[in-house]
Design a protein around this ligand. Structure first.
Ligand SMILES: Cc1cc2nc3c(=O)[nH]c(=O)nc-3n(C[C@H](O)[C@H](O)[C@H](O)COP(=O)(O)OP(=O)(O)OC[C@H]3O[C@@H](n4cnc5c(N)ncnc54)[C@H](O)[C@@H]3O)c2cc1C
Length: 317
């Protein structure tokens, strides 16, 4: 039986692994289908502290893994199919490895950005197509930008991106936006924000090494149009990777794990969550790593018997 099983190897899981291993907790880390997590799909990371010249995403994740291994963390390839948190020790069923037992479990399975599923989109991720304005806005200084989406996040991203772009065009399928009035007003008051509403995205169009723009269907005229842009930010939401939990952990309506504020405690004593899977707000590598550290320290405290589980009370449930 393991003292702690960490599910996922993004910045949250690997930071948890480093802290657990240094605390002699001999963690087992399950890698999942994307060893190293989301940052392995991108190029240069310019905002992770400690790297003044930036660092490539895959290199950063490789370094984190080596650091965890140096202190004795054990890694296994595999995909967690299901868990049983009804009794302790907890049971974690891993594809190809069978059932593993643990005193504590740290869930750091991330949240996947939703994409439009149109031609040209996947081929150009990191080359003009992005799902993270905070991460990539800086690369589009004085360029034309498109934000696809009509919710609060899309409005927030559009406003934020006007700091960099010469213009930011919001493309939304419907005339009406889902965003709250205050977020819409803020975007509408911003002179750099342009609107292409009632338009369905059809294709990300490239030219040479860069983007030419986004081909859309004008739902009113039924004609295709090309909206020129150097960057297309898809802001239609994220899907937290929590299906395997099969409703054993309290989540919000979308599926994000609910933790006791200021901690990584879930509703099940001994099960902790960190990183994007419990983060509806920041979703950054450094915030994921920070909460990974918290989860490891929470798990350690739990095993030492020093944790009072007052989760439900604190959330008013
Ligand atoms: C293209 C791109 C560029 C980005 N650029 C930046 C940037 O410049 N700066 C920044 O701060 N942030 C950036 N981000 C955001 C950052 O990558 C995330 O905030 C961060 O990776 C979240 O870390 P995490 O550990 O919570 O989850 P993730 O990195 O998503 O890792 C999740 C892990 O869980 C595993 N997993 C999932 N389900 C299972 C399962 N059932 N069983 C086992 N394992 C499972 C996966 O295999 C993966 O290893 C970027 C994101 C993307 C997509």
């Amino acid at each position: 039986m393991y003292k702690s099983i960490v599910i996922g190897t993004g910045p949250a899981g690997l930071t948890a692994a480093i802290y657990l291993a240094r605390a002699n907790m001999n963690p087992l880390v399950i890698e999942g289908m994307q060893p190293g997590g989301q940052l392995t799909t991108t190029t240069e990371i310019e905002n992770f502290p400690g790297f003044p010249d930036g660092i490539m995403g895959p290199e950063l994740m490789d370094n984190m893994r080596k650091q965890a291994e140096r202190f004795g963390a054990e890694f296994k390839s595999g995909w967690v199919e299901r868990v049983d948190f009804s009794t302790r020790p907890f049971k974690v069923q891993v594809d190809g490895l069978g059932e593993l037992l643990a005193e504590t479990v740290i869930i750091s399975t991330g949240a996947s950005a939703k994409y439009l599923g149109i031609p040209g989109e996947q081929d150009n991720i990191g080359r003009g197509v992005s799902t993270c304005a905070t991460c990539d806005g800086f690369f589009f200084r004085e360029k034309k930008i498109i934000v696809v989406g009509g919710g609060d996040s899309a409005m927030e991203e559009a406003n934020f991106l006007t700091r960099f772009g010469s213009s930011v065009t919001v493309v939304n399928r419907r005339e009406e936006l889902r965003a709250s009035k205050i977020m819409q007003d803020r975007a509408r008051e911003n002179e750099k924000v342009l609107w292409a509403l009632n338009r369905t995205p059809l294709e990300v169009v490239t030219e040479g090494m860069g983007l030419k723009g986004l081909k859309v269907l004008n739902n009113e005229t039924n004609e295709e149009e090309l909206i020129e842009a150097d960057g297309v930010f898809v802001a239609i939401g994220h899907t937290p990777n929590t299906k395997f939990l099969d409703n054993q952990i309290t989540t919000d309506d979308v599926g994000y794990i609910v933790v006791k504020p200021g901690t990584t405690e879930t509703n099940i004593p001994g099960v902790f969550a960190c990183g994007d899977v419990q983060d509806t707000r920041y979703r950054q590598a450094i915030s994921a790593a920070g909460s990974g550290c918290m989860a490891a320290m929470d798990a350690e405290k739990f095993i030492e018997g020093n944790m009072v589980h007052d989760w439900s009370e604190s959330l008013g449930k």
